[in-house]
Design a protein around this ligand. Structure first.
Ligand code: HEM
Ligand code: NAG
Ligand code: NAG
Length: 541
């Protein structure tokens, strides 16, 4: 019995193991014994090896189901509870994945500054698996892709060609027209109750679609194509499903069972997404062949035209273009409209801030013209309101989870490879040690502050920081500043009929973005002599 002689070498190990060995030695067949001993030794070695890692503190065994439920709705708050017990760096396991939550400005700074390179991947192979595979065209998009040379190049191209301030300024007329439609629509409600989110949702979709796909898909003189309607429905379905955790992404060996039927839905949506986007691409390619003139001036090119026109090392394959378009669509709609909704909720709850903002707009813009994007640098209170809203209600409260492909260290602890990392910016920007009266809406705190949205101060990173920072900061801010500024300039805001300001709450709910739990229902009353300065073509800025 060769195998039994190996027992003394294991002798050093704990009692339980010895007992197990005894049982094993009584087993009848040698080969069976050998296998069991082999497995046991492997388990022991792995255990001993694991023990050597100095893992950050955290709940020992978070029940999978409990953790999944908290992943769904209130994870940002659940993690704060864990931080009270374990400190600002919390390590836990979910299904077969290691997870890490960072909940202090100090550790966020270490992550974004010293360790940014090590944690530059996304959890594309773990909890973002379905999103990356189906919506990201096998991780060809930006948001869910691993950090590779290809991704760096894609981020650079998109930033340079689409998302710089000068490129965005060239499309101001698109936003002027679309937001004019929005003002007209709110005016036509004639002071009756309406759900603000619905209007904000349409305008965000309308603006983004037009910037991406151009006029041919949209506009007063052109019938809305079936594709666009399809695309907007598709986006809504995608956003709805993207907010729910897929059990198969958390427990990969259950993936094939597809318990919630989500993989099936993901596949179906992906096919539809590919179909719709391919049509749009083919259409743009045709138009390019037939009317060279349209592309003569960069001002009339939409995002898809630009992406198709890239040559040399910047040239992008079709599936990358489709993935990128989906990314921008997803990134630009829900987050921006949510910020505007939160800002109006907080301004209504704080009438003195509302009055101050309207006075600033009246003083600088006046009452006889529309707000323009070139005004932004002269209206600091509007900017402060937006920043404060992003602090109190960051739309992406845990950022998009990062991942380290190799084992590394953080804050003096070992972090195993493939750990999914959440940065709880919601917690950090409500931390009393970073912010006075952290729970209150006080835009003034940003008036004389050097804290910017660009991730230069780690107590405030609503757009993330480092290598995976949001590429759409300028576009997002332009959309938010403009929509919010024009709505506040053009209208007075009242609670729904029969309600008081005190009835407007700021409770949150979290799925894909952190939204108001109770969507705002309100009334808007024109406050300019002629609201049509916002949409009459005579007043084009
Ligand atoms: C107010 C609006 C917005 C907010 C609050 C926001 C927030 C964020 C956050 C927190 C991240 C993750 C950053 C990180 O992990 O460090 C992100 C990533 C991203 N955002 Fe935004 N975003 C907004 C608007 C936009 C817009 C308008 C676009 C469209 C171009 C966009 C495109 C993206 C993309 C492509 C990524 C992924 C970048 C990467 O993984 O490398 N976002 N955004
Ligand atoms: C968005 O576009 C649709 C389709 O033309 C239009 O009916 C609607 O009024 C627009 N909505 C807003 C808020 O701009
Ligand atoms: C980490 O992820 C890579 C790529 O998905 C995989 O090959 C590797 O086995 C993973 N490692 C662990 C410990 O899960």
């Amino acid at each position: 019995m060769e195998t039994i002689s190996s027992i003394p070498s294991v002798d050093l190990v704990k009692h339980g193991a010895e007992e197990a060995m005894e049982i094993i030695t009584q087993m009848p067949t040698t080969w069976f014994t050998a296998i069991i001993v082999g497995i046991l030794v492997i388990l022991l070695v792995r255990r001993i090896f694991r023990k050597r890692l100095k893992l950050p503190p955290g709940p020992r065994n978070l029940p999978i189901i409990g953790a999944m439920l908290s992943l769904d709705k209130e994870m940002h708050k659940g993690l704060v509870e864990q931080a009270k017990k374990h400190g600002p760096l919390v390590y836990f396991r979910l299904g077969s994945h290691s997870m890490l939550a960072i909940q202090s400005a100090e550790i966020a700074e270490e992550l974004f500054k010293q360790k940014d390179g090590q944690f530059a991947s996304r959890a594309h192979s773990t909890i973002l698996f379905s999103l990356a595979k189906y919506f990201g065209f096998d991780s060809k998009n930006m948001g869910f892709a691993p950090y590779t040379q290809r991704l760096k190049q894609l981020r650079k191209v998109c930033t340079k060609e689409l998302l710089t301030i000068p490129k965005l300024s060239a499309t101001e007329y698109v936003r002027w027209e679309e937001q004019g439609e929005m003002i007209k629509e709110v005016e036509s409600l004639d002071g009756k109750d309406f759900e603000l989110r619905e209007v904000l949702h349409t305008v965000a979709m309308n603006v983004t679609c037009r910037m991406l796909f151009g006029k041919r898909y949209y506009g007063k003189n052109v019938a809305i194509t079936k594709e666009l309607t399809e695309f907007q429905e598709l986006m809504e379905d995608m956003i709805a499903i993207a907010g729910k955790p897929n059990v198969g992404d958390i427990i990969p060996w259950l993936r094939w069972l597809d318990l919630q039927g989500m993989t099936k839905q993901f596949k179906k949506l992906h096919d539809k997404q590919e179909h719709v986007l391919r049509n749009i691409l083919e259409d743009h390619k045709m138009a390019k062949k037939t009317s060279a003139n349209r592309l003569a001036s960069p001002a009339t090119m939409d995002f898809v035209d630009v992406l198709l026109s890239l040559r040399g090392e910047d040239q992008l394959p079709d599936d990358t273009i489709m993935a990128t378009v989906s990314d921008i669509m997803m990134g630009a709609t829900d987050s921006t409209l949510t910020v505007v909704q939160w800002a109006i909720i907080e301004l209504m709850r704080h009438p003195e801030s509302m009055a101050k903002l309207q006075k600033e707009l009246d003083d600088f813009v006046g009452k006889n013209r529309a707000l323009r994007e070139s005004d932004f640098s002269q209206i600091p209170y509007l900017m402060a309101v937006v920043k404060e809203t992003l602090r109190l209600h960051p739309p992406v409260p845990l950022l998009i989870p990062r991942m380290n492909e190799k084992q590394t260290t953080l804050h003096g602890y070992d972090i195993p490879e493939n750990t999914t990392v959440f940065v709880n910016v919601w917690a950090i920007s409500r931390d009393e040690s970073n912010w006075e009266k952290a729970d209150q809406f006080i835009p003034e705190r940003f008036l004389d502050s050097t804290v910017s949205v660009n991730g230069n101060d780690f107590k405030y990173t609503p757009f993330g920081a480092g290598r995976r920072q949001c590429v759409g900061i300028s576009m997002g801010l332009i959309m938010v500043d403009r929509t919010l500024g024009s709505l506040i300039h053009a209208f007075d805001w009242l609670p729904a009929s029969g309600k008081q300001v005190a009835d407007i709450d700021n409770e949150e709910t979290y799925s894909l973005v952190l939204e108001p739990k109770h969507p705002l229902v309100c009334r808007a009353v024109p406050r300019l002599p002629k609201v049509d300065v916002y949409y009459d073509p005579r007043y084009v800025p």
